[in-house]
Design a protein around this ligand. Structure first.
Ligand code: NOJ
Length: 554
């Protein structure tokens, strides 16, 4: 155990465009964030991660940055950001920024200069070739786009408007460090680092695996040859400040993550892995499959066991890249029950929890009428490319299930027009369920998902066992219930989550059969926590999506 501050924390993620409109233009902004900081603090979280708030043409909603050292005019100014930062700090909230340096926007000054020609000082800031290789991009067709002005192709692993930076160029790395210092000097506390395991590409950019769509080039850009040297340079900057770094690691394995998290190549405090987000789908194309609990449990346990005592997990079940979790792993019909149970399934694991805006009130997927109503570049690509053989209706259904836009609808603050998000028609559709599902209604209801999140975060914060204790899973093959234990000294917590709509017998590890345990949390209002009961095998039926947290001594 050690005392790094981030281990005791939990974070709230803001995707600002849909968080809260403060200046009445239909777009979320820093004025809205300023007004809602007390609300965020009231959840019991200790920090905020801002998805990109920099100037951007929004081809990928902020992940295509055209100026790293400013604020998008839609969201406010640097002065307003500073006010938010100061107020957040005064409330005891740390603030981390999104560091997106695998690529920029094609409207960034560097790219505009780079495309002018080989003699330009920015010429080698990007990856230019006369002849493209066979790589696909993850978002928009092939990974190479011909640029008339320069007369060459540039690499883009994501959308066409997101050219990849050439991290092998030391000047580019200096730029990255300068961006980090700019924000750290202003007072931010760290970074979430976008697709950070993709920033070093294999020399010569060899052709990728034939006939594998989208990810064919990945063996040559994931965990590339110089990744740990570059990461070490960035880590050094962070070490000058008491700064925190969480990396996003698409397709990362435990083995490769460990290199970022431990030993001489340690460059990150934690990493977002994706395995547990694929219990109902496959990779970025989002090939949808029925949810299988064993896949979720297996992925979580794999990371819990592997990192235990060696590294630290980043815990999440929602962010701006995934459809809403209740619509995926839970049930919209059992929204409250499954939303609260899903909270229990991940909040008490070992690691630092990240909660995404709207998750705390149980927002669910939106179903739009036409693909033209969707905004996300990857949803549009999936619709047009991957599902061509299907009928239009079926393709749209797949988009309903898979689109990132479901996580990007305005946060539902109350039941007034536009869900209280804005006084004006918002930039994007509000989920029609806002009249029932909103913060104001959940504030009033002691048994709401919102108040349950507060209880969970509070319980975690006040228990060293739940923060630092060891992890063990029981009954891993059970297809309906997830049971895990956290242990430290003689204190144990048993966490029990039912993932089904019918009643199931509560499983109890044999060695604990007949023990007295205190029920410290239950997501059914009629089962009041605080009572001590003798827990016996076969003695208790769990209700649909019921979750229980027991505490006991051994
Ligand atoms: C991961 C980000 O979370 C996602 O939103 C973005 O589209 C890609 N990286 C590309 O930056």
């Amino acid at each position: 155990m050690d005392n790094e501050w981030y281990k005791r924390m939990s974070f709230y993620q803001i995707w600002i465009r849909s968080f809260k409109d403060g200046n009445g233009d239909g777009i979320g902004d820093l004025y809205g964030v300023y007004d809602k900081l007390e609300y965020i603090r009231s959840l019991g979280v200790d920090g905020i991660w801002f998805s990109p708030i920099y100037p951007s043409p929004n081809a990928d909603f902020g992940y295509d940055i055209s100026d790293y050292k400013d604020i998008h005019p839609d969201y406010g100014t640097l002065e307003q950001f500073k006010k938010v930062l100061d107020k957040a700090h005064a409330l005891g909230l740390k603030v981390i920024m999104d560091l997106v340096v695998n690529h920029t926007s094609d409207e960034h000054k560097w790219f505009k200069e780079s495309r002018k020609g080989k003699d330009n000082p920015y010429s080698d800031y990007y990856i230019w070739r006369d002849k493209p290789n066979n790589w696909d991009s993850l978002f928009e067709g092939k990974a190479w786009e011909y640029d008339e002005e320069r007369g060459q192709y540039y690499l883009h692993l994501f959308a066409k408007k997101q050219p990849d930076l050439n991290m092998d160029n030391p000047k580019v790395r200096e730029e990255v460090k300068s961006i980090m210092r700019f924000w750290l000097d202003m007072g931010v506390d760290g970074f979430r680092e976008d697709v950070i395991n993709f920033i070093s590409k294999k020399e010569g950019l060899p052709n990728g695996i034939p006939f594998v769509p989208a990810v064919n080039g990945m063996p040559f850009y994931k965990d590339g040859p110089h990744i740990h040297e570059y990461m070490a340079e960035f880590r050094k900057v962070c070490e000058e400040y008491d700064c925190f770094q969480v990396g996003e690691g698409p397709m990362t394995t435990v083995r490769s993550a460990m290199k970022y998290l431990t030993g001489p190549t340690k460059s990150l405090d934690m990493m977002f892995s994706f395995d547990h987000m694929m219990a109902d789908c496959l990779y970025t194309e989002y090939v949808h499959r029925p949810f299988k609990l064993y896949k979720y449990k297996r992925a979580l346990s794999k990371w819990q066991y592997a990192l235990q005592g060696k590294a630290w997990n980043a815990l999440y079940i929602e962010n701006h890249d995934h459809p809403r979790i209740i619509s995926r792993y839970g049930s919209e019909r059992y929204r409250r029950e499954s939303g609260t149970m899903l909270a229990v399934s991940f909040l008490f694991l070992q690691g630092t929890p990240f909660i995404y805006q709207g998750q705390e009130i149980g927002m669910s997927n939106i179903r739009l009428r036409s693909i033209d109503d969707y905004e996300d570049v990857s949803s549009k690509e999936n619709f047009h490319k991957y599902h061509l053989k299907d009928s239009l209706e079926r393709r749209l259904k797949r988009i309903h299930i898979s689109s990132r836009d479901s996580a990007r609808t305005p946060v539902q603050w109350d039941s007034s027009a536009y869900a209280g998000f804005s006084k004006k028609k918002p930039w994007f559709f509000v989920n029609p369920n806002y009249t029932a599902v909103n913060v104001a209604a959940e504030e009033k209801d002691p048994d709401s998902i919102l108040n349950f999140y507060r209880k969970c975060l509070n319980l975690r914060k006040n228990s060293r066992t739940l923060i630092y204790g060891s992890y063990r899973e029981y009954f891993p093959k059970d297809p309906e219930v997830y049971i895990y234990e956290r242990a430290m000294g003689n204190i144990r917590y048993l966490i029990i989550c039912s993932f089904v709509k019918h009643k199931v017998f509560m499983l109890v590890p044999k060695k604990y059969n007949g023990m007295k345990m205190e029920l410290v949390l239950d997501n059914y209002p009629d089962i009041r926590s605080g009572q001590v009961e003798t827990v016996k095998i076969g003695s208790c039926l769990l209700k649909p999506y019921e979750a229980r947290v027991y505490r006991f001594h051994v």
